[in-house]
Design a protein around this ligand. Structure first.
Ligand SMILES: Cc1cc2nc3c(=O)[nH]c(=O)nc-3n(C[C@H](O)[C@H](O)[C@H](O)COP(=O)(O)O)c2cc1C
Length: 266
């Protein structure tokens, strides 16, 4: 792919196509491999938490063009911090991270900023973390590099929230994360497919694109900061649609095609 340079919040990217957070950017080796793929403008790490989290398996299922997951396994910051600082890759790295309390998140983001990423990304969903607008104001007070806030689709007033996040100092909004929770049943056993406590999981992939487009359009009308469109992108037309709805760049995970079989093996 030829270069299609863009600038978001003062950071230069050679392409507007980013790898979104997920297992394909789940550790240092995966980030390095993703960064070598032609046309990748940035790699966004899988969410890093203060402590490692192990999940109950199975945790991923592919049904037609949807991928379902309850993928919250994560490396704790102490496990990854040295490897993040040593990453020598040619594309900007965006570190996605989350903790339980405001203090924990503030401490985590300051530690991660010192490893030298281009940007940091905070994923938020209704109720988690609590008080996201106050949190963003606090983070921006302490951080030097730009902050992306990645919003879930199920906030009742997404454009209003995006505007408040912008006013609190967010440099960029990414929309959307996986959609859910939902319940998948195995037709043979009648039992939930996933090993999570209630068997719940979240949906990604082309089936969620119309919801992602609606969210991007609403947010882009409400804010003056850049919006990264994410959700269901699998071909060029999807990127064009996202840009038409106001996205400055896009990120994708499920249909980073050549990796689909790798994803399914989890
Ligand atoms: C298996 C899997 C794990 C994911 N893990 C994370 C995560 O750790 N943090 C996060 O913010 N988003 C996570 N996501 C969500 C993706 O970054 C993205 O927002 C979502 O999949 C929609 O894009 P897509 O349809 O292109 O996959 C995950 C998605 C998948 C499929």
């Amino acid at each position: 792919m030829s270069r299609l340079p863009i600038n978001i919040s003062g950071i230069e990217f050679n392409s507007p196509l980013f790898l979104a957070a997920g297992p394909l950017s789940g550790d240092a080796a995966a980030v390095r491999s993703a960064a070598r793929q032609p046309g990748v403008g940035a790699v966004i790490t899988k969410t890093i938490f203060p402590e490692s989290i192990e999940m109950d398996r199975p945790c991923m299922a592919k049904i037609d063009d949807q991928l379902w997951n309850h993928e919250w396994q994560a490396y704790g910051v102490d496990e990854v911090i040295g490897r993040l600082a040593d990453l020598q890759v040619a594309v900007p790295i965006i570190i996605n991270a989350l903790g339980g309390t405001l203090e924990e998140i503030l401490d985590l983001f300051q530690k991660l900023e010192r490893t030298g990423p281009a940007m940091l990304e905070l994923p938020i969903d209704p109720g988690f973390p609590e008080h996201p607008v106050e949190l963003v104001r606090d983070l921006k007070h302490h951080l030097k590099i730009p902050l992306i806030v990645k919003v879930g689709a199920s906030f009742p007033d997404l454009p209003g929230l995006a505007k408040r996040l912008e006013d609190a100092g967010a440099d960029c909004i990414c929309a959307i994360n996986s959609i859910g929770p939902g319940l998948l049943l195995d037709p043979t056993t009648g039992r939930p497919v996933f090993g999570s406590a209630r068997g719940y999981g979240n949906m990604t992939g082309p089936a969620i694109k119309p919801i992602a487009l609606r969210c991007v359009a609403e947010i882009a009308r409400a804010v003056n900061i850049p919006v990264i469109g994410c959700g269901g992108i699998s071909r060029g037309q999807d990127v064009i649609d996202m840009v038409r709805c106001g996205a400055s760049a896009v990120s994708l995970h499920t249909r980073s095609e050549e990796h689909t079989s790798e994803l399914q093996s989890h």
